[in-house]
Write a protein that binds this ligand. Structure first.
Ligand SMILES: Cc1cc2nc3c(=O)[nH]c(=O)nc-3n(C[C@H](O)[C@H](O)[C@H](O)COP(=O)(O)O)c2cc1C
Length: 450
């Protein structure tokens, strides 16, 4: 049957600790003992590249959470991906970096370096961080307010892109005979004076990245998050639990994009998808059960408390969620995720413990249990139904679940014409069908709307 939508899916391999399932590290298939060993990451990155993924993507948090009962600790993702650039050729390399606890100059420099080292494969997952314990690690009492963080993030990205533009490739002369290294007349000093950040006559000490700008990715889905993505994002990572909700999100974000003067299709929407696969549904269910059996009930309650930022330990675990007064308003972390969790609990009338068990699988992202063919059906339905432009694949247990996706699902998607057989290009922008931004890209975009 003819496909209903042109084009192909984009895929990210979303790497989080030893896999996304909270108890996955305890499963015999996990590689937890190697989680700080470069050889382990090398295998994972090479597996994703074998599966022709657009990118591998590392999350990042700025504190140590649950170290006694969960796989904890993260290597610095920009440093880690700089090493992985040396053992991969094509796959995009996306690192998370917070705009709340970094300075633009450092961020611009680190990502420009990653883009040079990888010959144009860098992506930046722009986040604003989540909780007070992160603030405490940076000498601050409180995590800045949600709206303020997004205002800061917008300025931060403006400064970073201005710095990436400051030392254009064409200004590099490197003429031994004349002794001219850079044609200074072609430098574009970044002068920016904002409420949160400024740079005076700023010149980055790394030349403009091979992609112009590393790919700009945004991962927040609240109203301000969507506005931010529509203004500067080229990919948006999101959590969606049903096709209907995903379609609504897709429509809204695309409307914002077009209203802001950008072209439809210049922002790829990629929800998370955590698959538990089996050669039969029964086998997949068995695997799901094995993982669920590793969950301590108290941890499930702790997880819900943490995600809702409300202590639920005093309530019966098998009872319903108490009436929390406007938790979305009260949350200063992931507002869109709090909304998603509340909707999930109310819709299915879940007890606290049941809700916890759902969230421990993939923190509210969509979970799938079934065969590779069934998963391909779901992915096709979401793509053809304009619920997404691709997915962030979230293996519950690493490395085996990523290998299974590559070996069992990718060939089905390829057979259906939904996914590339080979990389056509060698930069992340080429994989995503995004052009290299010209100098002052965002300034030009802003001037369109004055
Ligand atoms: C797929 C995905 C990945 C994310 N990764 C991170 C991360 O690594 N570190 C982080 O601090 N926040 C991460 N976030 C959170 C967001 O960046 C954002 O700070 C948070 O969701 C608040 O935004 P919202 O209220 O607009 O949803 C992620 C969100 C999504 C959907």
């Amino acid at each position: 049957m003819a496909r209903q939508r042109q084009g192909q899916l984009h895929l990210g391999a979303f790497i989080y600790f030893t896999g996304h399932h909270h108890a996955g590290w305890r499963h015999p298939a996990s590689g937890v003992e190697q989680m700080f060993d470069i050889e382990w990451y090398k295998k994972i990155a090479q597996s994703a590249e074998r599966g022709k993924f657009d990118m591998i993507f590392f999350a990042d948090l700025l504190h140590l959470i649950y170290p006694s009962r969960a796989a904890a600790g993260m290597l610095d993702p920009v440093a880690l991906l700089s090493s992985l650039a040396m053992v991969t050729d094509k796959i995009g390399l996306t690192a998370t970096l917070s705009t709340t606890y970094n300075e633009p100059y450092n961020a611009a420099r680190r990502f420009a370096t990653l883009d040079h080292l990888s010959k144009g494969r860098a992506g930046w997952n722009i986040v604003t961080s989540q909780v007070d314990t992160e603030a405490h690690n940076f000498g601050r009492e409180k995590h800045p307010a949600h709206g303020t963080r997004y205002e800061m993030a917008k300025e931060f990205v403006d400064v970073v892109t201005a710095l990436w533009d400051s030392w254009p490739q064409e200004s590099l002369v490197m003429d031994r005979a004349s002794g001219s290294f850079t044609d200074e007349s072609k430098l574009r000093k970044a002068d920016y004076s904002g409420q949160w950040y400024s740079t005076k006559q700023g010149l980055l000490n790394v030349p403009r990245p091979p992609q112009g700008y590393p790919v700009l990715i945004q991962a927040g889905s609240s109203g301000p998050g969507q506005d931010f993505a529509a203004s500067v994002g080229e990919v948006i990572f999101t959590a969606q639990t049903s096709l209907t909700a995903a379609q609504e999100f897709y429509r809204t974000v695309n409307e914002k994009l077009v209203a802001g003067g950008r072209e439809r299709g210049s922002l790829h929407i990629m929800p998370g998808l955590s698959p538990i696969l089996g050669s039969t549904v029964e086998e997949a269910r068995r695997k799901e059960r094995e993982l669920l059996d590793l969950i301590d009930p108290q941890e499930a309650v702790m997880m819900v408390s943490g995600m809702l930022q409300t202590d639920l330990s005093a309530y019966p675990a098998d009872g319903p969620l108490p009436d929390i007064p406007d938790p979305v308003e009260a949350s200063n972390g992931m507002k869109s995720r709090v909304q998603l969790i509340m909707d999930l609990a109310r819709k299915d009338n879940l007890s606290i413990i049941e809700l916890g068990r759902r969230l421990l699988g993939a923190r509210g992202h969509m979970q799938f249990v079934g065969t590779p063919e069934q998963l391909a059906d779901l992915m096709e339905e979401w793509f053809d139904g304009y619920g997404c432009d691709g997915f962030n694949i979230m293996p519950p247990v690493l490395p085996g679940d990523l290998d299974d996706f590559v070996d069992q699902v990718v060939p089905v998607l390829q057979r259906r014409g939904l996914y590339r057989e080979e990389y056509e290009g060698s930069t992340l922008r080429e994989h995503l069908g995004l052009s290299n931004p010209s100098i002052d890209h965002f300034k030009k975009l802003a001037s369109l709307h004055q």
